[in-house]
Design a protein around this ligand. Structure first.
Ligand code: NDP
Length: 309
């Protein structure tokens, strides 16, 4: 006899949507919220592209609503971080907070992804003292100051625009001669009077006593006109993409080169019967709230079919 028919790991749109569907299917799912209850969306502000919200929706509110909706259908939502798993066992064994083990007939992995860093030792040196991977979490501390955002994708543009509303000036440090972001985000960035995009710049270090006071950059590294550049900043925000939170499962489940968990085509099933994946941990392509939610729905429907077999 297992502790739960369906154990869901993760509390982003994928995990909560899986819990809503599993709950409505009478599976009485248990969901562990993980280190970041509500997932990555809780580090953003307004979501403008989730269908059904013509004026956009506050990200934290949407996650609170999803959580409440899952609870309404009987999901048992618990705080706790998964510290190890045994997916080869029947039932599956999941260790929580290194303290106790829960057994489950089916498992839905929806652990999401985490922000990437450049790998500079200064990022650690100034962690919590000017270095951040979340503008909406930490931007408030940099009101009327000058900051930099690293990256040229949609996330970097979103973070830069958010910070532009708070800060005196925002530099965007972009390693290529162009932005990768969507046209609409690029336009907003170029239209913002206090955002300056530094194309073809790479960060090599941070400076400051007791907190970030500047960044050393290289312009056109390796080219004839390579040049060292120093910018005075108080905050250094990373927005260069994400790494899937898949490390715990690698002994059991295959991943692609970037660490994203693999699943069967047109399905959320993995190579292990009864183990399903959903959301960003298995999605190198779309990484949207709506696609994560859809995959959570699919995983729960497949878990129900598996349990009924
Ligand atoms: P992306 O992978 O799209 O962009 C990452 C950016 O960081 C690129 O400009 C990349 O540069 C740069 N970068 C990566 N590594 C380094 C490094 N070591 N040094 C310097 N720069 C680096 O990630 P995002 O998080 O921006 O977006 C992920 C997905 O989520 C995308 O599909 C995006 O469209 C989507 N998204 C959508 C949003 C929305 O619709 N509102 C909001 C946010 C994200 P390079 O181009 O040179 O590789």
């Amino acid at each position: 006899m297992s502790d739960t028919k369906c154990l869901i790991i993760g509390s982003g749109p994928a995990g909560y949507t899986a819990a809503i569907y599993a709950g409505r299917a009478n599976l009485s799912p248990t969901l562990y919220e993980g280190m970041q209850p509500g997932g990555q969306l809780t580090t953003t502000t307004i979501i403008e592209n989730f269908p059904g919200y013509p004026e956009g929706v506050d990200a934290n509110q949407m996650m609170a609503d999803l959580r409440q909706q899952a609870q309404r259908f009987g999901a048992d939502i618990r705080p706790g971080v998964i510290t190890s798993v045994d997916l080869s066992a029947t039932p599956k064994r999941i260790e929580i907070d290194g303290e106790h083990t829960v057994t489950a007939d089916s498992v839905i992995i929806a652990t999401g992804a985490a922000a990437k860093y450049l790998g500079l030792s200064d990022e650690q040196k100034y962690a919590g003292q000017g270095v951040s991977a979340c503008a909406t979490c930490d931007g408030f501390f940099y009101r009327r100051k000058t900051v930099a955002v690293v990256g040229g994708g949609d996330t970097a543009c979103e973070e830069a625009l958010y910070l532009a509303g708070l800060c005196e000036k925002v530099y965007m440090i972009v390693r290529k001669p162009y932005l990768r972001a969507s046209d609409i985000m690029q336009k907003r960035v170029f239209d913002a009077p206090n955002i300056e995009v530094l194309f073809e710049h790479e960060t090599i270090g941070l400076t400051g006593e007791g907190g970030v006071e500047g960044a050393n950059l290289v312009y056109r590294r390796g080219k004839e006109d390579e040049q060292m550049v120093h910018i005075a900043i108080k905050g250094f925000f990373l927005a260069i993409g994400h790494t899937p939170n898949s490390a715990l499962f690698k002994n059991y489940l295959p991943t692609d080169n970037a660490g994203y968990l693999l699943h069967e085509p047109d399905s959320q099933r993995t190579v292990i019967p009864g183990v399903f994946v959903a959301g960003d941990v298995a999605d190198p392509h779309f990484r949207q709230a709506v696609t994560a939610a859809a995959s959570g729905c699919r995983a729960a429907i497949e878990a129900e079919r598996f349990l009924n077999q």
